[in-house]
Design a protein around this ligand. Structure first.
Ligand SMILES: O=C(CO)COP(=O)(O)O
Length: 236
């Protein structure tokens, strides 16, 4: 059963998030869809949503703290208010744009796994590493597991090659299966693919060996498209 997740990144407002969540929930209920579906809105759009389906709301990021003096961050005191217990950790935009180190990521992982959060943990290589070949790519990816408890029960992985994110360039089936089968041979966890997944290719991608679903940015931000993505994969 495909796992389908939408990462809003820095898109949508409180208002548009609320109607998005409502529409997706309504679609899942009325079509009796049992696939795991996730939406990761901005922190300012978190709310007490009325969810009656398999839809889960997670956060794109949070600090490894309950509360405290960490200007600009949020902790579990803020997440608890909205019953959030799902978090994305290790996204490439946090690693490469916001400068989060593997050490900080591992601390965050330890903190949120101790609390029993469902963790979607992202890994993926930049273009210059991909160009060096599969062996270097896998070596780079394995380093992103440093300090991470890969046996954590509520762990879902997401392979997102950096060069495929937001670029319109999707990895080839071979690129995806090469990396997915290598990761799967070491780590027995659901593994999503992310990077320019679209309405038109989501079914093919999610049908590949070793692919358990998709983590989608750009193509998921229009609600009708996100619903179509779920529709296209509901029987997988
Ligand atoms: O980063 C992603 C999801 O987390 C993928 O983004 P795009 O779907 O826009 O390439």
């Amino acid at each position: 059963m495909a796992i389908i997740a939408s990462n809003f990144k820095t898109n949508h407002t409180r208002n548009t998030t609320s109607s998005f969540v409502e529409e997706v929930n309504k679609y899942l209920v009325s079509n009796n869809i049992s696939n795991e579906v996730y939406i990761f809105p901005t922190a300012t759009s978190l709310d007490k949503f009325d969810i009656t389906s398999t839809l889960n709301i997670g956060v794109q990021n949070a600090y490894a703290t309950q509360k405290g003096s960490f200007t600009g961050e949020i902790g579990t005191q803020q997440l608890d208010e909205f019953d959030v217990n799902t978090i994305l950790i290790g996204h490439s935009e946090r690693r490469h744009i916001l400068g989060e180190s593997q050490d900080e990521i591992a601390k965050k992982f330890a903190f949120y796994s101790d609390l029993g959060y469902k963790i979607i943990y992202c890994i993926g290589e930049p273009l210059e590493v991909k160009e060096q070949g599969l062996e270097q790519t896998l070596e780079y990816i394995y380093e992103q597991f440093e300090g991470i408890n890969i046996n954590y029960e509520k762990l879902v992985l997401a392979y997102e090659p950096v060069w495929a994110i937001g670029t319109g360039v999707t990895a080839t089936s071979e690129d995806i299966t090469d990396v997915h089968s290598a990761i799967k041979s070491k780590i027995d966890k659901p593994l999503l693919y992310g990077g320019s997944v679209k309405v038109e290719n989501v079914r093919d991608i999610c049908s590949l060996n070793g692919v358990d679903g998709a983590l989608i940015g750009t193509a998921s931000w229009i609600v009708d498209d996100f619903i179509q993505i779920i529709e296209n994969t509901k029987d997988l």
